[in-house]
Design a protein around this ligand. Structure first.
Ligand SMILES: *Cc1c(COP(=O)(O)O)cnc(C)c1O
Length: 220
């Protein structure tokens, strides 16, 4: 086999291979390139290579970086993958095309109001505390149905579930559990898998993988 020419091509090839093993179409998996901490100079080669979906974890950092890049690449889609403070809901709705971190009732209220005010419906994933880790963000598993109902009531389009499994142990059982909770709640999309485990996530049904360091190198 030929050596992939770039990290982007390598990651895309690994996603495609995992999808084929699982009997899925490679196009069914969206690669969200997580560009947090990286500047425009690091991001531009990916844009030039055709990557259009990027993720950031801080509203302010994204506001500083992306308006200029979007001037050159207007078809970029920006995803928010980090914890969102309610007082930043308006900014997030204005800037992002998808939010992966809807995780609590107060944020449902804030995002519902922000979307109504802006006249802009931003698709959201409910982030689930899949490993029941207190220090991590995410909605407790038992509270997913109630949060989903209140999000629908607030007019927020919830498209799926997102998780960050506990560090240092095999992620597969957590990905499988997230897929089951999504199916139980009639949700079709799954945001799961990062640089260390995105192939496993694709095998278990991920529709969105969030890959940073495998594309950009490690963050300092
Ligand atoms: C940083 C981050 C990623 C990407 O992590 P890598 O290990 O660099 O691929 C994915 N998801 C979330 C929520 C992140 O904060």
């Amino acid at each position: 086999m030929d050596q992939p020419a770039s990290p982007l091509e390598a990651v895309r090839a690994r996603i495609a291979q995992s999808a084929r093993i699982a009997g899925r179409e490679p196009e069914a998996v969206e690669l969200v390139a997580i560009s947090k901490t990286h500047d425009a100079a690091a991001i531009e080669p990916l844009l030039e290579a055709g990557q259009r979906v990027f993720g950031e974890n801080r509203v302010q950092e994204a506001q500083a970086k992306w308006p200029d890049l979007r001037g050159t690449y207007p078809d970029v889609k920006l995803h928010l993958v980090g914890q969102l403070q309610s007082n930043k809901a308006d900014d997030a709705v204005a800037l992002f095309d998808c939010i992966h971190s809807l995780d609590r009732p107060s944020l449902v209220t804030a995002l519902g109001k922000a979307m109504e005010k802006a006249g802009r419906q931003v698709p959201c994933f409910i982030q689930v505390d899949i490993g029941e880790e207190e220090q991590k963000g995410g909605c407790p598993i038992a509270e997913v149905p109630a949060l989903l109902a209140s999000a629908h009531g607030a007019g927020i389009p919830v498209v799926g579930l997102m998780c960050v499994p506990p560090a240092g142990i095999e992620a597969a059982p957590f990905f499988a559990l997230l897929a089951k909770i999504a199916a139980d709640n009639g949700l079709e999309q799954l945001s799961m898998g990062m640089s260390e485990d995105f192939e496993t996530a694709v095998l278990l049904g991920a529709t969105h993988v969030r890959v940073g360091s495998a594309l950009f190198g490690s963050r300092t």
